[in-house]
Design a protein around this ligand. Structure first.
Ligand code: SF4
Length: 245
């Protein structure tokens, strides 16, 4: 693995970080089924700390991801939020890149008061550049995050997975070829690129039907509330939403 400025390998540094902060506590490890959590879970296991593994089920999960997690991490707890994405959508509408209400309602509500270990990386978005590998939660001083692979590049993550022959999500492959930059997560997440959105729509037609069905319901909810959307039908609303990705 790549060496750090302290002349350690990236994985050694990550394991030391986990051990030094968690100590005798029981860490709350979140996994998504993507490559970053695959590497992170392995680092946690190698650090020999006490840990629980959690997957936050949003209802927008690819069946392949659920299957992969059940097979690979049989001790993983599936956290179910109080209300579903579709129920939340009737209050908020479809989530937008800058209005991602669903992450807060379906994921960030879990692990409060704990030391949470996740696979967040600095390179994933500009908003993460100001963050650090150990930090308190925003608006909650009782919860702390450790991001053991915060400084790792995409290449570092794949190198680690390959060197350790870690099982990983089959959705990274198209026609048997790995697509290293692919992001695995909620289907049609507002953070998904247009191109990836269209690929997912081809791959998961059942989810597209579900989105369109609920888009129609939401258009009606807004009419009933006396605050109609600009889009007149569920299909129009859904197409507009996809164009905003
Ligand atoms: S769809 Fe995207 S923004 Fe919403 S919960 Fe999933 S990852 Fe978060």
């Amino acid at each position: 693995m790549q060496m750090t400025l302290n002349n350690q390998t990236l994985d050694t540094e990550a394991i030391q970080l986990i051990q030094s902060i968690v100590g005798n506590a029981v860490a709350f490890v979140t996994l998504s089924g993507g490559k970053d959590s695959t590497a992170t879970v392995d680092l946690v296991k190698r650090s020999l700390i006490k840990a629980e593994f959690h997957y936050h089920r949003t209802g927008l999960d690819a069946p392949e991801t659920i299957h992969f997690i059940r097979e690979t991490y049989p001790d993983c707890v599936f956290d179910i939020p109080d209300r579903t994405f579709w129920q939340g959508m009737m209050s908020h509408g479809l989530p937008l890149r800058l209005q991602r209400w669903c992450c807060g309602e379906l994921k960030e509500c879990f692990g409060r008061g704990r030391i949470i270990i996740d696979g967040v990386r600095r390179g994933e978005s500009n908003g993460r550049k100001a963050r650090t590998c150990f930090e308190p939660a925003r608006n909650d001083p009782t919860t702390f995050f450790i991001h053991p692979i915060f400084k790792w590049s995409t290449k570092d993550v794949w190198q680690y997975i390959d060197e350790r022959s870690l099982p990983h999500n089959p959705l990274y492959y198209t026609n048997g070829k790995r697509v290293p930059s692919r992001r695995i997560g909620c289907i049609l997440c507002p953070n998904t690129t247009q191109r990836e959105c269209h690929r997912q729509m081809d791959l998961f037609p059942g989810f597209v039907k579900l989105y369109r069905y609920n888009a129609e319901r939401y258009v009606q909810v807004r009419i009933d509330r006396g605050t109609p959307l600009t889009q007149k039908t569920g299909d129009e609303y859904f197409e507009w939403w996809i164009s905003m990705h």
